[in-house]
Write a protein that binds this ligand. Sequence first.
Ligand code: ADP
Ligand code: MG
Length: 696
Amino acid sequence: MPAADPQPLPLTHLKGIGPKTVEKLARLEIHSVQDILFHLPLRYQDRTRLTPIGSLRPGDQSVIEGEVELVQVKQGRRRSLLVRLADGSGALFLRFFHFSPAQQHNLVPGARLRCFGEVRPGPASLEIIHPEYRRVQPGQIEAVEESLTPIYPTTEGMHQLSWRDLTDKALTLLDSGQLCLPEHLPQPIRQRFDLPSLGEALGFIHRPPPQTPLALLEGGDFPARRRLVLEELLAHQLSLRQLRQHQRSQLAPALAGDGRLCQGLLAGLAFSLTGAQRRVSSEIGRDLAQPVPMLRLVQGDVGSGKTLVAALAALQAVEAGAQAALMAPTELLAEQHQRNLSGWLGPLGVRVGYLSSRAKGAERKERLAALASGELQLIIGTHALFQQEVRFHALGLVIVDEQHRFGVHQRLALHEKGSGDGRVPHQLVMTATPIPRTLAMTAYADLDISVIDELPPGRTPVNTVALPDSRRAEVIQRVERACMNGRQAYWVCTLIEESEALQCQAAEQTAAELSEALSDLRIGLVHGRLKPSEKEAMMLAFKNAELDLLVATTVIEVGVDVPNASLMIIENPERLGLAQLHQLRGRVGRGSVESHCLLLYKAPLSENARARLEVMRETNDGFHIARRDLELRGPGEVLGSRQTGAVRMRIADLVQDDALVPQAQQLADELLREHPQAAQPLIARWVGQRLDYGRV
Ligand code: ADP
Ligand code: MG
């Protein structure tokens, strides 16, 4: 049976570590010698052998040795010191932009140098810019490194040599048995996956043995790494499972409706549910009827009809005599939900209210009283719904729309607002854009997942093109033509600055410029600095086709629904993530005519930006886009900053280790069933304090 972790060994136990280093290490959450061993290399360099210069290729990182043939200071755009080095198989240049007289003195023709660096194509031949180098004595055989050189993630003032020194010392303590790292993975599991012990795995990762091919390490699939990745993924699964268990151990009102309101809603619609909407709705319906809290995430592409699914869930709660709350991330979106849902549910006699953080005085008081008395059956709002003084009569269901803007903490805060009899509300979470499966399984391991994998019929895919901003005039003409033909268009201004003020200013300038160029068009402007009433009036005017062109910041990103708008221009799309672009683009393509999206980028594009725009051009499938976004930008960006705590990993990489996520999920079940005592130490080791909501 695994023992609890022994007392952590203080860092000062290692020779040569003073308070300064302790402080630097604390920045990386390293507080003990044990922690050092879990500070893992990012990559490796191969310094175990000399490479003949003649066989080098651009991009290689290699150790070379040769004789200086020529030294010159080149004047050019930037002064540089050029050293030609040859070894009989070939020659290349070492280039220094910063160099001292002492260096110049050392680098003389005839000197032998041992160098390491990245080889790049140069104007005349291959070159290495600022190589690490030292002089060696001709004729003397100098040793190369015995194992691959680990490169550690670091913080200011900590050099790679210090990391190697620290990990050397910690590994020595581990080898000699002075440092104890208990094994928490049960033997049967290790055997089944053919995994090395923890000590072996850490030893290998920090100091891969001589002869380990670099390619193997770069490929990432070797037992030592797999062992640590699996253990880390398992620990994350366990911590979220713990949270889930805690929530599921509570009681919720069983909301079995009689279907009267739901049927009423469906009968009044001009369309029928898609198969996927029907399936997800019944999954939700089953959960709601149980006396344990539902914790369900609904994923669906932009325009897949999540709002209607939410409305049906709310109606089931109301049928059963409970209240429902629907929370949106922005006022704009909350207002739109309010309009839509009042339109759908009002005629059925359901009392729908709206709570804005801006509602003040008597209005607010009256709204809060209507909530507390149970008069309001469905309340729609923003995070204003979390506030202390908001009380419900019998809150049975909380629906969170566009979840990835809310943190887990906020989700939990609404839980506290149960009906006061110790029962907590059911929870339905809807994402704005799809999240790749393995990422969802990790970040939302505490939730059940339903996927609406079908769009309502009759949608025509948006045709997307990318154009450099040198073709802006052409694009403006295109807007004019479309609007003259009775279509409407969006012009979206984005700025990399976080500052809302600057974003708004940019949108104002663009609106002024476009008004001048397109004087026949009716042009509106929305941005985050308008008063809500102004914003709403503008959106409404656009919706009622009193405006041809709407210039906007990304405030229109979520949810806005104007079917006659069939053209969208997005400025500086290279600065946005794919999910956000997809969400923006989802504002067009809602009617029956073919829609177009023009991505007006600033040339030149980086390789990554080019790849991202290419994804937008080639597909309208939100799930595909999300997978590419994950590959190109990583999980933090895909989920939004608030969720990243749930997926910040030390070694696991949710793209590369995709296949291990479902395995870790199964292992979590097995471990809790058969070795429950191992769960807590694993969570403490890998997740620690980072998921503090794990203990809520
Ligand atoms: P999202 O999933 O992006 O939140 P919405 O719920 O806003 O999508 O739905 C997009 C549009 O599709 C809305 O105008 C909605 O009324 C409409 N819609 C929803 N379900 C269907 C359906 N089954 N058939 C036709 N249109 C639908
Ligand atoms: Mg929506």
